[in-house]
Design a protein around this ligand. Sequence first.
Ligand code: IMP
Length: 197
Amino acid sequence: MKIKKIVFATGNLNKLKEIKSAINIFEIVGLKDLGITEELPETGTTLKENALQKAKYVYNKTGLNCFSDDTGLEIESLNNRPGVYSAMYSGADCNAENNMRKVLSELKTFQNRKAKFKTVIALILNDKEYFFEGTVNGKILQKKKGNDGFGYDPIFKPEGYKETFAQMSIELKNKISHRGLAVYKLVSFLNQEELGL
Ligand code: IMP
């Protein structure tokens, strides 16, 4: 069985860019290429549920093999918030700036700035569901640093590195990030399927 093309079910163009730069043996098809412009449903209470919900929506609509990811930032001092609610953290006016502002303000009085990013990828391949996970540990800085990346990247410094995700090349971020690690597992799996192992 040949898997040459696979749909990445995301409306987030930054994620699409990251995944396209991480996977070069399969053609990654974005939602725009399929004329899907509506927001994908994301009403679960876990990353796994949300990832599967988005992948299923696109699979049911197109019949094409596809995968989706859901990511959350877990901050130790905030009892692992924002977690699965990372996208909407600042409420009605949520966007990356407001979300980061809220996190920085909530963490003001805390010494412990430990945090982790988690990604779950849900793949639907020929009607079967598969999951791949990636985690990266790090800490939340006192203020934003760097202009690249997206979301919470300017305030997250991965363990063992001096720079934030927003100060890194896309290649380095992909090598060490939550999504990069989950994608690596996905690609290894797709390669095995491709070879019929
Ligand atoms: P979702 O996976 O698209 O639901 O993303 C949840 C939230 O985490 C959104 O606010 C994203 O901007 C943010 N996010 C997802 N992936 C990353 C990342 O790699 N770096 C920083 N923020 C991210």
